[in-house]
Structure formats: C-alpha cells, structure tokens
Design a protein around this ligand. Sequence first.
Ligand SMILES: [Zn+2]
Length: 116
Amino acid sequence: MRGEDLQFWQTEPCPPWCRVEHCSTDDYEDRSCEGETRGVTLSLEQALYVENRDRRDAYGVPLHFDVTAQHRYREAEPLVLIWTVHATESGPRRLTVDEAEGFANAILDAVKEARS
Ligand SMILES: [Zn+2]
C-alpha cells in the first residue's frame, strides 16, 4: 500500500501497483509487495472433488491459474508469479482459445504492473 508512512523494515515506498497492507509485525517471509491477482478458470480440466462431511454433500472446484506481480523485500526487481490452484495432478493443462488468451493477458498485465 502506498503512503508516506513506511514500516521500519521498508527502505522505500511501495510501487504504485502494491495492494498489500504492510504492518510493522510482518514476518520476513511476508515482506513483499503484491499486485492484483488475475485468475483464469480452465473449463476443460477435471475439477477438484471436495467432500463436505458436515453437510454430507460434495462438489467440484474448478482448476485455475493465478498470475500476480510480486516484489520481495530487498530484491532488485519484481517477479511475475504463476501458479495452479486446485490442481489434482501434474502434467499439461488444456485451455480453450479464450482461456489461453485470458491467461496471456493476465501475464501481460502482471508484467506491465511489475515494470511500472
Ligand atoms: Zn507494498
């Protein structure tokens, strides 16, 4: 989060794209600026099967990719993070053309953010 009040561990203000509310009590591992997380749901992939024992039912959670710009504490430059969420197995992921375009745009948006 941008502002004039830096936490004791910050040596410079956050980049304009940072969405994190930093605290003086942030652990070393939590000291990073992060941009908006952009997700793309993969409609062709197997959903993660989730059982709810309390309600005695089950449902599927779709696999999706998340893309975010991140600048870790005292690292020279920001990175772009890409990870799969709710993946049940490793291997190639199948995307529709629209999903691939959404994924590419999410990466490009995060790259633009990291360079701003
Ligand atoms: Zn920040």
